[in-house]
Structure formats: structure tokens, C-alpha cells
Design a protein around this ligand. Sequence first.
Ligand code: SAM
Ligand code: SF4
Length: 481
Amino acid sequence: MPQKKVYIETLGCQMNLADTERMLGMLDEIDYTPTDIREEADLSILNSCSIREHAVDKMRSYIGLWDKKRKPGSLIALAGCVAQQEGASITQIAPGADIVIGTHNIHRLPDLVLQAQKNQAEDIHERVIEIWEELPEDIPEVPILRKNKYHAWVNIIYGCNYRCTYCIVPKTRGDQRSRSIAEIKREIETLAMEGFKEIMLLGQNVDGYGLDIGTSLAALLREVHEVEGIERIKFLTSHPCDMTYELIETVAALPKVAKYFHIPIQAGNDGVLKRMARRYTYARYMELISYIRKLMPQASITGDIIVGFPGETHEQFMDSVKAVREIRYDACITAVYSPRPYTPAADWEDPISAEEKNERIRLLNAVSAEVAEEQSKRYLGTTQQVLVEGLSQRNPRRLAGRIFDNKTTNVDVPGISDLEAAPGESEAELSQRISKQLEQYFGKTIGVKITKAHAWALRGELISGPSQNEKNLRKALAISD
Ligand code: SAM
Ligand code: SF4
């Protein structure tokens, strides 16, 4: 029987991207193979995000369009946070979906798809909807089809125990649940055997990892660090309340852990932070930043800021601008506040106009870009270890990867950028020849001299490698950690 095809559109954060890889892994077991062409898919899944209204609007328009241009006999499924959030009323929001599945029962996807196929075969016009209120006691391990061959996301904690007044996550992902160190380590050992080099430990609040099972992120990092074959370990997202000095010291001490921290501040003003229920002050946040910089002066630090939280005055907003300059973020992700259902702030008065908020975010983005570019310059002229993930999207004659501390880097390989077509060789054949030559670097760590520093990415030239082993390369190049 020919294999069926599945197309998944993923909206939102890394948690959703990781869920998509799980869905693909499970669907592979019932003979669905992934496709990038939506029109040819037998099953189209929208993995939805509800963090801001804009993402919900996008979900509606995707499902509406897919329903209108449906391949005969194909199925449409809605998964992710909007499905979890809306429960039974989801059918009004996404009338075109044949299957609706929440975030807590994602392991049930194959059964629901088979049920929908059966309904279709028997001409039963009934949607298949299953949304669980909570994660199961024992979260089932499911197969994962990972998109990237060298870099893997590993969930270490589900949900979140905080209740920030603007945030829908506790509603869509539930309370905090940590996976055991043994289970996580087993997954990473398997990944190492499969050739993965870089691990991103994922959670809404990774610094809170282990609080519910009597351990800590620092302890987990020490364990994961022992896994042979894994060259880089990162974690995301940190919460200032749960980030400990022990964690910072552990990151500083373990050579395979990237000196990279994503610590959203959300606002630079204590009054706004209090109304957001963030439970820290700007001064406390800065203490953490100072300690990170004291132990790791070159550390890369990124964050998130919400603009135009209900009642935020112009002066309070300017404190966020000041914060970006003081913290010196390598990148700052900004968003205009979006009222979310089921959250306290959604009912609060919000006298600030949309124009004013848009003006504020434009200013904040300009300052963030300026600071990020200045920060990037510290890499100019240095040699960085780049783990190559593939070809640059903008210029397929360049390699693309990340330096140890996470910044995206595009790399020129000597002799490749000015290669010309041989007599009788077409442009397409030349491109193919170049891709073949560059493929040898995929998944390898190479020494790169940084020649250009932009706000969000670096450019450099290959000077050594490829090396499978970053540590040896660092030694050979006499680069300190
Ligand atoms: N757990 C992380 C933390 O505590 O910072 C954040 C997780 S949330 C999925 C990612 C980002 O979305 C947040 O850092 C925040 O900046 C943004 N966000 C969350 N709710 C929002 C809202 N209602 N409006 C605008 N941005 C929001
Ligand atoms: Fe949302 Fe706050 Fe939890 Fe982050 S810490 S996921 S912002 S409730």
C-alpha cells in the first residue's frame, strides 16, 4: 500500500516544535511520511499556539483555507495550545477540523487518526475530538522524528507553576512536571549513539526543573555532561526566580555547556513586574546578570520583553528600554501585550492606544538591534567553533551553523564562493556540485574566523576542520573555554 503523507504547520515556541517531531514519529508508525507540500497531504495538522491573539488568527485562517482547498479524502487535524485552551467549544473556532487533540494527550494521535479514517470510510460525519484535562500520571515515551540531524530538543519539564497575569501557558500546558534524570539521560545517550552533537534541554521554566522531584537543573547538567559524543548542551527558557548561583556556577564549570542564557525579564520596571506577578525586581534580575558576567564575561544573554502591558506608563516603558541597554542583550524578543482569555490581566483597564504601543515597540526594537549589533562585535576577529547544520538559506554557497554560545553563523569555505561552472556544466549542475562539496561539513565542528558581525548573525571564514571533536579542536587552536 502506498504510504500516506502528512503535513504539519507549527506555530509558536520550541515546545510546539518538539511536539511536532513527536507527532511525526508516532504517525510514521501508522505509515504516514512527512511532506512539505500541503496540497498533496492526506493529513494536514495545525499545531496551534495561543500565546498571542495573532497566532490564534493565523490558526483560523490556515484551517479555513485548508478546508476550502481540501485534497479529496484528506483529513485536517487541529492540535496544540488553542485546542487545549478551548476544549469542546473548539469546533466553533475551527469548524473545518476533522480531528481535535489537546497538548496533554498527544500520544493518542495515531488512534484518533485511525478513528477519523474509519469514520470517513464508513461515511460517518463525526469529528474526532479528544482533549484531556491533565497530563497522564506516567507520560508515555513516544517515537520522535527529528528534523535536524545534529541538534535535538529534549523536553525536561512540562507545564509551569507560575501564574504570570498575562500568560495562557498554565492553562494550555498545566502544572510543572519534571521528567526523571534517568529517563532524560537515556534519551540523550540514544541521541548520542545516533550521531546528535547538540542538545537543547527544553521547558517553560527549565530552572525550576527538579523542584517537584527533589533534584535540580544543575544536577541534570552534570549528568548529561557525561554523555559521550554530545559536544554541546544548552537549556531554555530560564526564569529569574528559579535561577540559582549554583546553576550559574555549574554552567561556568562544565566545558560542554554553552555559555548561553535565555532569561526573559518581561519589563524593566518594578511596578509593572509586580502587576505581571513575575515575583522578582529589576535589581534581583541585574544581580543574576552580574554574576553570570563575572564568571563568564563572554556569555551570550538573550531575553523577552512585553510592551504595553495594561496601564504601563511611558516612563515605565522607558525603564524597559533602559534595561536593554544595561543588560546588553545579544538578542531581545519583543511583543506587544495581547490580552488572553482566562488570564487576570485580560480584564484590566488598558488606556494605552494601539498606535502608542506600536510606537513603543518600534523604539524598543531599534534599541535592541543597536545593542545586539554592538554585542556581536565582540566576536569580530575571533576564532569560533561552529557546528554546521546545513547550507545558508540566503546563500547556498555558504555553510550555516551556530557558535558554541548559540549565535547563528554563516561560513564561507575557501574556493567555493567563486567557483564557476565547468565547460558544458549547467548552473543547476554547478549548484549540485557545490552542495555535494559542502555536505562533508554537515554535523561537524569547524574553526571559523569571524569577519562580519550583524545584530542577529555572524559571518566568517573556515580556517580549520572539520573536526568531530570540538574539545580537540579547541586544544589544537589553543582556545580557552
Ligand atoms: N516561561 C517563559 C518566561 O517565564 O518568561 C516564557 C514563555 S512564553 C511561551 C514566551 C514569551 O511570550 C514570554 O516570554 C512573553 O514575552 C511572551 N508572552 C506571553 N504571554 C504574552 C501575552 N499575553 N502578550 C504578549 N506576549 C506574551
Ligand atoms: Fe507563562 Fe509566567 Fe509560566 Fe513563563 S513563568 S510560562 S510567562 S506563567
